[in-house]
Design a protein around this ligand. Structure first.
Ligand SMILES: [Zn+2]
Ligand SMILES: [Zn+2]
Length: 162
């Protein structure tokens, strides 16, 4: 994904809107995750004193797996970003290089996504996971293994109710 900044550089302070969608399959910098469909990037950019400023959002859906019950889940992400491009790259200060007058976005997009990826995915906050004894999905099935998430026998607790 790239944007030609020629017009913006020729017209300082003029704001240009963009809205692009692309499949990251085949991008040069693969992340170890699967995307569902396209990555969408949208926002505005403008130039000032020979540098180009870009502000916008990255929206994507990841094909993930619940770390407790192993169900596959669709994990949506929506990230706000602010980037600056200049002839002189200065990565430490968040300034990226203009290649000619092109802003190359693939690596920047994947870097932003890798920063917000959780260490663990959950299908829902209170996922009960798989039974460690029989392997049944405890969200949808009841098993007789007498293990509850707090380590107590759930049938013992129920007895007190009657
Ligand atoms: Zn789950
Ligand atoms: Zn069980």
């Amino acid at each position: 994904m790239k944007i030609d900044a020629t017009a913006a550089l020729d017209h300082p302070e003029h704001r240009y809107a963009f809205d692009m969608q692309e499949s990251p399959v085949g991008w040069e910098f693969p992340l170890d995750i699967d995307f569902i469909g396209d990555i969408r990037v949208y926002g505005m950019y403008w130039s000032k004193k020979g540098s180009v400023y870009m502000q916008g959002n990255i929206a994507a859906r990841l094909d993930a797996q619940c770390s407790r019950c192993l169900q596959s889940i669709e994990y949506p992400i929506d990230i706000e970003f602010e980037w600056m491009f200049s002839q002189q790259e200065d990565i430490d200060n968040g300034v990226y290089a203009l290649k000619g007058k092109q802003m190359i976005l693939d690596k920047l997009i994947l870097d932003e996504i890798s920063l917000v990826m959780p260490l663990q995915y959950l299908c829902k906050p209170d996922c009960k996971g798989l039974c460690p004894k029989c392997g049944k999905n405890r969200n949808t099935e009841v098993c007789e293994c007498n293990i509850s998430s707090n380590g107590l026998n759930p049938f013992e607790q129920l007895k007190d109710l009657f």
